[in-house]
Design a protein around this ligand. Structure first.
Ligand code: IDC
Length: 475
């Protein structure tokens, strides 16, 4: 299935990502009037560049088509390429116009847009926004500004600190580690994490934001967000600094809600992970340095190797894992397996080749993926057996066919999740998005509308998976 490419990315000239987030909340002048708006502006900055994310809430009468206006405070701030709106800039004045799919905003409805920008002297947040010419005014509540000094340390961050207490999955379990064939928490108890995978973050950034991650934590009661960063298909290779920054931002979002985050280097085509070896080393050096002190990060170094031998995958893993370990020695690392992370089954092999020649590293797990309508008893037999021999993590599964579409197969899905529960195998479902395909948890249009807790927004798959994820954890 193909998805619409809603955004392009501008390469920004910054070698290392330095995340600094500023949030401006602008309440409407008069929420009861026929016009009015609230805007949240977040600038995630690094030296010379930033990603701006804007959420617009219409507090007036319904509009069909909108224009957002704002002025950058510093003359050196420029909008680059954006998504979910058409941008233009004249002097310091910026205009963002709605697209066909997000122009209609009912009273109270929100939509999120964003862009990559550049800055020279400083990167202050705009203080005033207009929606269709009407000013939304308010106060800057938090606007840290990075200095122009180039930084060689990507670890400096104003990201939210790890929540303490409060009963979140992260607070309860802390730093994870592999114990035998299981995943263990800080108290050495074997646990299972359950959660969702994003869709490709180059396409579905509108589905990953404060509201959606809060819904995943509070409404879904999930433990885990997998961040699927494609490498090809307009992904990482087109803008390494921008995607590194986006991933780091999502790690912080997950952490702020007490969720674990899998950083998924989403290789798919070509299937040989060695094709992306240099990119993987660069990427994992950056994210492992920046996130070394966080307890919520799990690294997944290759989504689905295919058309390659286990030895080639092992060779890749043994070059990438030391790069991560140099910065973040205690994090769990997950290695993709042969045949689209099928433990080799889709290539006529099985776990024996891994058991005979395991990756030479500690604290690692092996990925297994399934799509319930395509992969059934012969796969379950192997997983059931392999679970006693290798630490497994189901970093991706679908309730549908391997295309990501087709009918939802609830009986096979239930057989799978019952098996994973019984073995305490952690899992993430594809996808926490509103893609127009049956694997997506939300109906199309949900992310632009910005409400994730309305049960009528859930797809058949999303409603069922949410029900499974919500069952009580056994931490
Ligand atoms: C699919 C997406 C689809 C996209 C396609 C190619 O659902 O919108 O067009 O990728 O990028 C996987 C992959 C995952 C696939 C998914 C469904 O990890 O990227 O997503 N799938 O086909 N492995 C088995 C199935």
């Amino acid at each position: 299935m193909k998805v619409l490419h809603r955004r392009g990315l501008l390469a920004v000239g910054a070698a290392s990502a330095l995340a600094v987030t500023g949030i401006v909340v602008l309440p409407a002048v008069n929420a009861s009037a026929a016009s009015g708006c609230r805007v949240t502006y977040t600038a995630n900055s690094w030296p010379g560049g930033f990603t701006g994310t804007i959420t617009i809430t219409n507090l007036g009468d319904a509009v069909n088509g909108w224009t957002l206006g704002f002025t950058f405070p510093d003359a050196g701030q420029r909008v680059g390429q954006g998504w979910s709106a058409t941008y233009s800039q004249s002097g310091s004045a910026v205009t963002a116009r709605s697209l066909d799919y997000n122009g209609a905003l009912a009273t109270g409805a929100s939509t999120s847009i964003g862009f990559n920008g550049t800055w020279t002297a400083s990167n202050p947040s705009p203080s005033t926004f207009t929606l269709n010419g009407v000013t939304c005014s308010g106060t800057v509540t938090n606007s840290p500004t990075p200095s122009r000094t180039p930084s060689t340390s990507p670890s400096v961050s104003t990201s939210p600190s790890t929540p303490t207490g409060g009963g979140t999955p992260l607070a309860a379990n802390g730093q994870l580690h592999v114990c035998g064939v299981n995943l263990c928490n800080q108290n050495n108890k074997a646990i299972q994490l359950r959660g969702m995978s994003t869709h490709g973050i180059q396409w579905f950034a509108s589905c990953v934001n404060t509201t959606s991650v809060a819904a995943l934590a509070d409404d879904w009661k999930a433990d885990l967000l997998r961040i699927a960063m494609y490498v090809q298909e307009q992904g990482y290779e087109t803008n390494p600094a921008g995607f590194t920054n986006q991933v780091n931002q999502y790690v912080d979002l997950a952490e702020s809600k007490g969720l674990y985050a899998i950083i998924d280097f989403h290789t798919l085509t070509p299937g040989d992970p060695n094709y992306n070896l240099d990119r993987a080393k660069t990427f994992f050096a950056a994210v492992s340095a920046r996130n070394a002190n966080k307890k919520n990060v799990i690294y997944e170094i290759a989504n689905e190797p295919n058309g390659v031998t286990w030895q080639q995958i092992k060779n890749y893993a043994e070059q990438v894992i030391p790069v991560i370990r140099a910065n973040d020695p205690d994090a769990v690392v997950i290695v993709g397996t042969r045949g689209w992370s099928s433990l080799g089954v889709s290539d006529g092999a099985d776990e024996n080749e891994i058991v005979a020649s395991p990756v030479n590293a500690t604290n690692i797990m092996y990925a297994f993926h399934f799509y319930a309508a395509s992969h059934k008893d012969n796969y379950r037999t192997v997983v059931s057996r392999a679970a006693g021999r290798l630490p497994l993590f189901v970093t991706e599964f679908g309730t549908v066919s391997a295309t990501g579409g087709g009918a939802v197969d609830l009986s096979s899905s239930a057989a799978w999740l019952d098996l994973l529960d019984s073995k305490k195998i952690s899992y993430a479902n594809w996808t926490y998005s509103d893609a127009n395909e049956s694997s997506a948890a939300f109906k199309p249009g949900t992310c632009a509308a910005g409400s994730y807790t309305n049960s009528s927004s859930l797809s058949e798959s999303g409603a069922w998976v949410r029900g499974r994820i919500r069952t009580a954890d056994n931490f």
